[in-house]
Design a binder for this molecule. Structure first.
Ligand SMILES: [Zn+2]
Length: 411
């Protein structure tokens, strides 16, 4: 056996710090002895690592364990607001921010209506940076440290460069979002990320479910998907995988936002659903109303048994199921999560999708694929963004600077 190099030991320690943080996130406060059992590390190693995490302000003592075998032990728990992640969402009709703490709790949530395509990239980023500053202030007020922020964009994103290559609905092309946000917020470029909205939504849904193969399909004016295979997000050769809304379902169908004909989005996008549910003068078509308000109106009609609405939702659910079946035949996911507006109407959309999947998938029992509505709804992309920012600290707790002991004691 050779001598381990210092770099290996630093990696090992980093991995062990991450393991303890993960264990505390899953189980809540534990004694050092319990942490040693759960993590498989020695008690001496656990004690040394806990001291390190205390110095970074990530954990604190959390009372004394009650009963059980052996002596009662001092409990160690996460200090949830010590580190927070910020998720920012750029949408055609609004910008929004969501802050998650280390335990996953929501510290702040805010949305501002605005016409993002009309503003243009520079002014839209100004609006987004205003929300980022509010989020940073909220983190500071809670005595925490911001791990970073992630901007969710409905379009093709070069995540390495932090550039939005193409977002047709925002009318954006080649916009350096990461540079723009770092300059506006004063955060380091390494703390600012940009990603596709459906990829971030898929990460948020995957984090909430113990499965390794998941497909997230999100419904808005556009339709997007995020694919997790073997526990990993599938990005494709150059990062543009998941543009499922532009699968050609009807070559002679209506013209899509992309200029092609009969894309899936023209059948099951929000505009198609609203069109099927109501005549043009109906209030659900009013562009000044936000999505949640329009969904509330549609829900109310479906709940009171309005035939036009029920028929329209069944038609949308059936078309949705036809597309989902293609994905299930291709990928054999354990679960298909329906997000975005689909998640606002699960009582009427999930069952027709299940029926189509059962009828169209070759594998018996649809290969075990379950179809469910998202519980995060429209907040999934921002939640995924906050989680992606937190991931930096969850993977490497030593990236958080040590704080003077007086400050740790105070909070
Ligand atoms: Zn299209």
């Amino acid at each position: 056996m050779g001598h381990s190099r210092p770099a290996d030991q630093a990696d090992l320690r980093r991995g062990n710090l991450a393991l303890l943080v993960r264990t505390l996130r899953e189980h809540g406060a534990l004694s050092r002895a319990q942490l040693a059992v759960r993590s498989g590390l020695s008690k001496a190693t656990v004690s040394s690592l806990v001291t390190d995490l205390e110095q970074r302000g990530l954990v604190r003592s959390a009372g004394v364990s009650a009963g059980g075998q052996g002596r009662p032990g001092q409990l160690v728990g996460l200090r949830p607001t010590s580190v927070c992640g910020i998720g920012l969402d750029l949408h055609i009709g609004h910008v929004s921010a969501l802050v998650n703490d280390l335990s996953g709790a929501v510290l702040m949530r805010r949305r501002v209506a605005c016409d993002v395509p009309g503003l243009g990239p520079e002014r839209a980023l100004d609006a987004l940076a205003g929300l980022a500053r509010e989020a940073l202030d909220a983190v500071a007020a809670a005595g925490g440290h911001a791990a970073g922020l992630t901007v969710s964009v409905p379009g093709l994103v070069d995540t390495e460069a932090g550039v939005v290559r193409l977002a047709p609905r925002l009318r954006w092309r080649e916009v350096p979002v990461a540079d723009g946000m770092a300059a506006r917020t004063g955060l380091a470029l390494s703390q600012v990320a940009v990603d596709n909205d459906a990829n971030l939504g898929a990460m948020a849904e995957h984090a909430a479910r113990p499965v390794s193969d998941l497909v997230y399909v999100t419904g808005d004016f556009g339709i997007g998907s995020g694919v997790v295979c073997g526990g990993r997000l599938v990005r494709g050769a150059v990062g543009f995988a998941g543009e499922i809304g532009h699968m050609s379902m009807d070559p002679m169908g209506p013209t899509c936002s992309c200029g092609r004909r009969g894309c899936w989005e023209t059948q099951v996008g929000l505009a198609a659903m609203l069109h099927a549910c109501a005549d043009p003068e109906d209030p659900v078509h009013d562009p000044t109303r936000d999505r949640d308000e329009r969904m509330t109106i549609i829900r109310a009609r479906a709940e009171r048994g309005d035939q036009r609405t029920l028929h329209a939702l069944h038609q949308i659910g059936t078309a949705l199921g036809a597309g989902v079946s293609i994905v299930v035949n291709l990928l054999n996911p354990a679960v298909v999560v329906l997000g975005g507006y689909f998640a606002a109407l699960p009582e009427w959309l999930v069952e027709p999708v299940r029926q189509e999947v059962a009828a169209r998938v070759l594998a018996p029992g649809a290969g075990g694929a379950r179809v469910v509505g998202s519980t995060l709804g429209f907040t999934a992309p921002a939640t995924g963004g906050a989680l992606a920012a937190l991931r930096r600290v969850l993977d490497d707790p030593a990236s958080v600077p040590t704080v003077p002991s007086a400050e740790v004691a105070r909070t």
